[in-house]
Each structure stands twice: as structure tokens, then as C-alpha cells.
Design a protein around this ligand. Structure first.
Ligand SMILES: Nc1nc2c(ncn2[C@@H]2O[C@H](COP(=O)(O)OP(=O)(O)OP(=O)(O)O)[C@@H](O)[C@H]2O)c(=O)[nH]1
Ligand SMILES: [Mg+2]
Length: 367
């Protein structure tokens, strides 16, 4: 047997229920043509995940075909988590093909962002990460017009050849491929998509014409992002699903902000601090006095600040902190990959506490 699950690209098998591509032998006998594995079925119909340990070699394996093939590479990233979703060494994986960068999930930021203005900053970030892009598009896969624009650009750039969708896990590669399929055939949600990591497990080929295919690929894992360490339930709590309403905090020195139990920012000595937060709208942000912060955390890490939970904290490693001086007239973003960011202004010193595995970054304010 060598069939592929049309939802996730895993090879179908009937012997190991806890491994990718499993389908019950009776179901296999009953349905001879198209196959969704059990995990895809459960994800699509019950929105429940059967988690498999992610295979670190799956991405490398799927890139072999991309490197050898001919066509256009679409590197998908997410505007919500730009740094966390860029693959800096992309050219090593895809060879000398043209790379079109698609920054997805614009819908989450649209109320705060002027698309044209942010384009320049995004291009700078992409260039600085070593990616040599032939163009950069900012889109939402949920918007029909954006999908149409993308299809026009894709068809011009691919010159009759394949299109390979690659990127970090969860940026929306399969969602966009589904939208393209829908555009041409009216078919709905052929490929499994979900708000969890590691959804697509093998390359999925969708014929464009006799000569060429769309190729959806498994996402690259980012060990530095919080999404790598949270259960599907917790991911649902932190991942925005509609536009983000920024919140503004005026802060005095010696105050602290917690964002769930994932990050804590201390405003040490300084004046006129302000923080604008870009997280899921109802995500818990708690302000307290710095002198009470440690006690508050220890008391509430399993109720109010319960994400991450004890098991997830074990995976995330010990607590660490990073200090940053902010100069007068400077505006910086504190970026927490997978969670969102805060724009901080003021003059003074801040201290960011998080877990060892999470790579918090400071950048010039994006917006
Ligand atoms: N807000 C928003 N969410 C999106 C958009 N595109 C995709 N998503 C959501 O992002 C999540 C991940 O989408 P997928 O298409 O499964 O992502 P993927 O890149 O294929 O993920 P892997 O297969 O794990 O590599 C799902 O919850 C989608 O609904 C978008 O434009 N805006
Ligand atoms: Mg996918």
C-alpha cells in the first residue's frame, strides 16, 4: 500500500494507530479512492488533535523535492510573528529558484497597520535576515481579493512551472493552497488546516495543469517560538482569530506587566513609559507593582497565569531575563515569537523575563 492522505500528505498505513497516516483497516477496505487519515478526520470534524512527536527530519526530507524541482518558491510568513516565521537559510533548502515572500495574516493587524507603510519595514527585515526575495506580498488568505492578487502574481512568476509553498509551521500555507483550489474548482477545504503545529506531514501535490503542480509542504519547526511548547487548547487561548485591538498602558517605573504566565516585563528606573500591546484581544495582561511581582507569579502560576502549565514549563526550561535600555525618543518592539509584541516608549531600563527556550527579540518599532 502506498497511498497518501490527501489532508496531510502522510503515507497511509493500517497498523500503527499512534503514528502518521493511520486509518482503520475496515475503513481502508470500505473507501478505495480518496483517503483522509484518522488524525485529519478528527481534526476536520471534531477540531481535536492527535499529537505526534514532530519529526525533525520531515522538513529536510520534503525540501529534497523542492531543491531538485523546477519552479517558483513561495516562502510564507505571518505578519503577526514576522521574525519567528522567517527561514533565514532558505536558499540552502531551495537552491537557486526565485523566492516570492508572502506575509500572511494581514487581517489580524489591519486596524493598526497601513499596508503600504509597513511594507518598507517588512522588506528591510526580510533583507536583513539574508532572504533574497523577488517580491514581497502582504495578504490575508481569508480575503478573496488578496487570494486573487496572489494567484495573478504566482501565475506570472511561475512561468508554467511548479509552485512550492514552504515556511514555518502554522503560517497558513495549506490555507492558501486550499483557497487557490477553491478559486479554480469551488472545492472547499481539501487539505487539512488547523491551529496547531505540524499539521501537514508530507508533500501534497495539486495539479495546476498537465505540466505543473502546487506543492504544499510540511512546516519548519521553530524551537524558539512559544507555539512549539503549548497544547492545542492553550494555543487557542493565545492565538488571535480576529483583528487585534492594541491596548495602551501608561507605566511608572517600578511597575510590572505580565502577559499570561509567558512573559513578564519590569519597568525599572526611568520616566514616562508607555506600552502598546499587540496580543489576542482577551489575553490576560496583568499590571502589578514590581516589588510584588515575584510573589504574584509564584502564587498564580497555576490559576490566573496558567499558560504555560506545569508540564509545558518543564519543556520551556528555566526562567531567564534580558535587560534593555530605552533612550529618549526611541520606540522599540519587544517581540515574543508566537505570542505577539509590545511597542515600548519612554526613557529608562526594562527587564524582560521569560523562559530559556523562547527567543525574545528587540527591534525598532514596526508600526
Ligand atoms: N487570521 C488568519 N489566520 C490564518 C490565515 N491563514 C491561515 N490562518 C490560520 O492559521 C492556522 C494554520 O493554518 P495552516 O494552513 O494549517 O498552516 P500551515 O502553514 O499549513 O501549517 P503546517 O501544516 O503545520 O506547516 C489555522 O488556524 C488557519 O485558520 C490568515 O490569513 N489570517
Ligand atoms: Mg499545512
Amino acid at each position: 500500500m502506498k497511498e497518501i492522505c490527501i489532508g496531510c500528505g502522510a503515507t497511509i498505513q493500517t497498523t500503527h494507530p499512534k503514528e502518521p497516516g493511520y486509518i482503520h483497516p475496515k475503513v481502508y477496505e470500505a473507501r478505495k479512492d480518496d483517503f483522509y487519515c484518522e488524525r485529519c478526520y478528527v481534526l476536520q470534524h471534531y477540531n481535536k488533535n492527535i499529537p505526534f512527536p514532530s519529526d525533525p527530519l520531515a522538513f529536510q526530507e520534503s525540501m529534497k523535492e523542492v531543491k531538485q524541482g523546477r519552479g517558483l518558491v513561495v516562502l510564507m510568513t505571518s505578519l503577526f510573528d514576522l521574525e519567528g516565521t522567517l527561514i533565514p537559510n532558505i536558499h540552502q533548502w531551495v537552491g537557486k529558484k526565485d523566492v516570492l515572500v508572502v506575509v500572511n495574516k494581514f487581517d489580524l493587524m489591519m486596524k493598526s497597520v497601513n499596508k503600504n507603510k509597513v511594507h518598507q519595514s517588512i522588506r528591510k527585515l526580510i533583507k536583513a535576515s539574508g532572504i533574497n526575495a523577488i517580491d514581497v506580498l502582504v495578504i490575508s488568505s481569508f480575503y478573496e481579493n488578496d487570494v486573487k492578487t496572489f494567484i495573478d502574481v504566482m501565475n506570472t512568476m511561475r512561468k508554467g512551472k511548479n509552485v512550492y509553498f514552504i515556511g514555518m509551521t502554522n503560517v497558513g500555507k495549506s490555507t492558501l493552497v486550499n483557497q487557490i483550489i477553491h478559486h479554480y474548482t469551488q472545492e472547499e477545504a481539501l487539505i487539512t488546516v488547523s491551529n496547531t503545529i505540524n499539521t501537514t506531514l508530507g508533500n501534497i501535490h495539486i495539479p495546476l495543469d498537465d505540466e505543473s503542480n502546487l506543492v504544499d509542504t510540511p512546516g519548519c519547526m521553530n524551537d524558539e517560538s512559544i507555539i512549539q511548547y503549548l497544547s492545542k487548547e492553550h494555543l487557542e487561548v493565545i492565538t488571535p482569530n480576529r483583528f487585534i485591538r492594541p491596548k495602551t498602558y501608561q507605566l511608572n517605573s517600578l511597575q510590572t506587566l505580565f502577559v499570561q504566565g509567558i512573559i513578564r516585563i519590569d519597568f525599572l528606573e526611568g520616566t514616562k513609559f508607555s506600552a502598546i500591546t499587540y496580543f489576542k484581544n482577551d489575553l490576560l495582561i496583568h499590571r502589578t507593582k514590581l516589588e510584588n511581582a515575584t510573589e504574584f507569579y509564584l502564587e498564580h502560576q497555576d490559576d490566573l497565569l496558567k499558560i504555560p502549565d506545569a508540564e509545558e514549563r518543564l519543556q520551556l526550561g528555566s526562567l531567564i531575563h534580558l535587560d534593555r535600555i530605552i533612550h529618549e525618543n526611541e520606540k522599540i518592539d519587544v517581540v515574543i515569537p508566537g505570542l505577539g509584541f509590545l511597542t515600548i516608549a519612554g526613557a529608562g531600563q526594562i527587564r524582560v523575563h521569560t523562559f530559556r527556550k523562547i527567543k525574545v527579540k528587540f527591534r525598532e518599532a514596526l508600526l
